[in-house]
Design a protein around this ligand. Structure first.
Ligand code: SF4
Length: 695
């Protein structure tokens, strides 16, 4: 680290790596891994190390836009405030909505949530994290009583068995993959099992790859539960003292037909024997589990196995959700989901609502859950939502059935977008676009997948007339007449208030507690090192992991095992019908607005593609690099065929990143049905049914 280096955090995945950013004297940055950050200890992946190539302001939005014209901040803010106030006055608070992002910093998220739930008085704030890990939130809350990630990254290294399910960690959380790879190299007895219908890059590390049929995770983990009990691996003391629902969950698991997984008896036995005989086990799960119409049940099937065997709250043990976005966890903490309140408090709980309203000294408080992402855009389409504010995300491309979402926004009375770029597919549909600062220009905090709160720090000047998201939100609040609750002069002011509110949440029995940071001084905040919560003001030692005492956050302090059933699967498809899986590639991020600027990152894959099995390709008369039309009732895209046996017959895979801007007609999410998990509201992005034909 040089004297000019600044410690900050990578803005991409939920690993939350620390980076050292140093101005290169030509307006850019040199970026290296922070050797002292506990997420990465100096490691970076291709995306993080290319950050310095992505800070150009060449295509940035540098002034507010009303329609096609530049406007002053005063004009733009007045218009936004007026439109939201009129809609709320004339049609009620539930006629307006915010759609926010796991890219926002915690302080941005906090004031957005405060404005919508405490001042406008609606629950209609939801986040693109709904598409990412809402099923985990629901699964955690059902099992633990609150949305707690039990373990820490070091558990991935301490485990004797790491199970990766629905997670291409090698590409989507590369530094965590590197950490496991290094641990396995140092201790080759460590076993890695990958459960994934595709043979992904993560399988390079695996001792066992279980290519299950898509959507059969519940059957597999129910089988694991029954085998654990049959083979004496269940922890009867832990079950009697710390759990409820064991008998019901086991009974349901016993009725599950594991044959639907498509695995043979030898594979099933090998896997269950490994699990039964390996006490120090971690199960890492991500979007392949979450993005499902029964994602919460998948999460609970995994958690059930860990609870029944007592493999939680101990070194090298636990179910472990890895989040897709840099601050999905921060968003969960402030209550940025439509069905949560703030600091993990419950919106359905009147005591929690009154407590938060009183703490905020707010004129009102949302009385009930707001609209979750899919329902929110549905309501935009039907005209129920009259004014919509999209912050730092691109739902016109990323939402399921994206063409319908674009049509809905086109017809909405008033859409405002705050973003770094005025050219995104979503910004083009807006009545007002507000220029926001981005990574390297703004200050605040983020929380990664293992509850570590890290600072993001500004290294670059604010370009032209851009403003920070927290400032824009507070300004709109003031223009709406809410002066008192938004007199923040810095992100630190907001951080202190959030930390103080968490102390109240802790008193109400919640896990999220950073009240020990509520009095943090300016100097301490500037030099703040990464810290894992809880950080209580009540003198409790911060825990590396939760639940080591066998106590949970449910009313009876017991964890709850949830009986989960494997849903019926649709019939096997025959060509030209296929099951479409979607996901990320190694070197791109979301809709590529930042990573697309790096020539180095664009070399990995230069255009969108469709993975298809060689036998299926022959049947369709396709050869490598042919163009394929992929269609269903929701839309169609044209993709380049990538013929590979990484994918099983009957299934195809396409990456999510490319937009209509960069490759004609290639918005993959146009093909995804808006089917959601009834528990979590998370859409199923892994199993669209499509027809293929040579283009
Ligand atoms: Fe950034 Fe994730 Fe790569 Fe770390 S692993 S450098 S957080 S993209």
């Amino acid at each position: 680290m040089t004297s000019q280096s600044t410690c900050t955090t990578c803005p991409y995945c939920g690993t939350g790596c620390g980076v050292l950013a140093t101005p290169n004297g030509a307006g850019g940055l040199t970026v290296t891994g922070d050797p002292e950050h506990p997420a990465n200890f100096g490691r970076l992946c291709s995306k993080g190390s290319a950050l310095g190539e992505t800070v150009s302001t060449d295509h940035r939005l540098l002034a507010p836009q009303i329609g096609d014209s530049s406007a002053s901040w005063d004009e733009a803010l007045s218009l936004v405030a007026e439109k939201f106030r009129i809609a709320a006055d004339d049609h009620g608070p539930d006629s307006v909505a915010f759609y926010v992002s796991g890219q926002l910093l915690t302080e941005d998220y906090y004031v957005a949530n405060k404005l919508m739930k405490g001042y406008i008085g609606s629950g209609n704030i939801d986040t693109n994290s709904r598409l990412c890990m809402a099923s985990t939130v629901a699964g955690h809350k059902r099992a633990f009583g609150t949305d707690t990630v039990p373990g820490a990254y070091e558990d991935l290294e301490l485990a004797d068995l790491v199970i990766l399910t629905g997670s291409n960690l090698a590409w989507c959380h590369p530094v965590l993959y590197q950490r496991i790879a290094a641990a396995k190299a140092a201790r080759p007895t460590m076993q890695v099992v990958v459960i994934d219908p595709r043979r992904t890059a993560t399988c390079d590390l695996s001792d066992m790859h279980l290519a299950i049929q898509p959507g059969t995770d519940v059957a597999l983990f129910n089988h694991l539960l029954t085998q654990s009990h049959a083979k004496g691996a269940t922890d009867l003391t832990f079950i009697s003292q710390s759990l409820s629902g064991f008998a019901e969950a086991l009974d349901t698991a016993n009725k599950t037909d594991v044959a639907v997984t498509g695995l043979n008896q030898e594979q099933l036995s090998e896997f269950s024997n490994l699990w039964v005989s390996t006490e120090k086990s971690v199960t890492v799960f991500s979007q392949g589990v979450n993005q499902s119409d029964h994602g919460a049940d998948k999460v609970n099937a995994i958690i059930n196995c860990h609870l029944a065997t007592g493999r939680i709250g101990k070194p090298g043990c636990g179910p472990f959700s890895v989040t897709g976005q840099p601050n999905a966890m921060g968003g969960r903490e402030v209550g940025g989901l439509a069905n949560t309140l703030a600091c993990h408090l419950d919106i359905e709980n009147p005591v929690h609502r009154v407590s938060v309203q009183s703490f905020w000294n707010a004129p009102t408080i949302a009385e009930s859950q707001g609209l979750k992402a899919v329902d929110m855009f549905e309501a935009v389409g039907t005209g129920k939502i009259k004014a919509l504010w999209v912050m730092g995300t691109n739902p016109a491309v990323s939402m399921p059935n994206a063409s319908k979402v674009r049509a809905a926004m086109s017809n909405c009375d008033f859409v405002v977008v705050s973003d770094m770029f005025g050219t995104t597919d979503t910004a083009r549909l807006a009545d007002v676009v507000l220029p926001a600062t981005g990574w390297g220009e703004k200050e605040g905090t983020v929380t990664n997948s293992d509850r570590t709160i890290s600072r993001q720090r500004a290294i670059l000047p604010v370009p032209s007339d851009a403003r920070h998201d927290w400032q824009i939100i507070c300004d709109v609040a003031k223009y709406m007449g809410f002066t008192e609750g938004f007199r923040f002069s810095s992100p630190l002011d907001i951080f202190r208030e959030h930390a103080a509110l968490s102390g109240l949440a802790a008193k109400l029995g919640k896990d999220f507690d950073i009240s020990g940071l509520a009095q943090i001084s300016d100097v301490e905040y500037q030099s703040m090192k990464p810290v894992k919560w809880p950080v209580s003001s009540r003198g409790k030692t911060p825990n590396q992991r939760f639940f080591s005492d066998g106590q949970f956050f449910t009313p009876d302090r017991r964890a709850k095992m949830i009986p989960v059933r494997q849903p019926h699967l649709p019939q096997m498809l025959e060509p030209p019908q296929f099951r479409l899986n979607t996901g990320r590639i190694r070197d791109q991020w979301h809709t590529m607005s930042r990573t697309g600027q790096s020539p180095r990152l664009n070399q990995h894959y230069g255009e969108p593609f469709l993975e298809i099995h060689p036998s299926d390709a022959i049947q369709l008369g396709l050869v490598e690099a042919d163009l394929v039309k992929v269609s269903n009732p929701f839309g169609s895209v044209v993709l380049r065929a990538l013929v590979t046996d990484r994918i099983s017959q009957g299934q195809v895979f396409a990456p999510i990143h490319w937009t209509g801007e960069t490759a004609a007609n290639s918005v993959v999410s146009d093909l995804v049905a808006p089917d959601v998990d009834p528990v979590s509201g998370q859409p199923d992005s892994k199993s669209a049914y499509v027809s293929l034909s040579k283009f």
